[in-house]
Design a protein. Structure first.
Length: 116
């Protein structure tokens, strides 16, 4: 399992590049951070990586969790973001969906107008 460890001093674009590279190669990666600053950089990196991978037609999701890690004999709580490829679902076309909403709105307005 690949874990990218992020510090508060990590450059978010560099971490994003690492996330994108592992995603292209393996399809899944965990990003781990301890502390508010590190979590901030990790989340920004996931956002940036999503943009990088979008160009390749890969859509990703992040599943956050808390994990206990041992650092120099001390137990710490870390945030781990499991980055995975989003399963593509069949979605109605935006045009068809907008037309259906417009029809419902028109019907609703006709009912209101007929009562006036």
């Amino acid at each position: 399992m690949d874990i990218i460890k992020v510090a508060s001093t990590s450059r978010s674009t560099a971490v994003a590049g690492a996330i994108a590279g592992v995603m292209r190669e393996r399809g899944q990666v965990d990003v781990q951070a301890i502390g508010a600053g590190a979590v901030n950089q990790a989340v920004k990196a996931c956002c940036i990586a999503r943009g990088y991978l979008e160009l390749d037609g890969i859509d990703i999701v992040c599943i956050p969790m808390f994990v206990e890690v041992d650092i120099d004999g001390q137990e710490r709580t870390a945030v781990r973001l499991s980055v995975e490829q989003r399963c593509s679902e069949t979605q109605p076309e935006a045009g068809a969906e907008a037309e259906a909403e417009e029809a419902e709105t028109s019907e609703g307005l006709e009912k209101v107008e007929s009562r006036l």
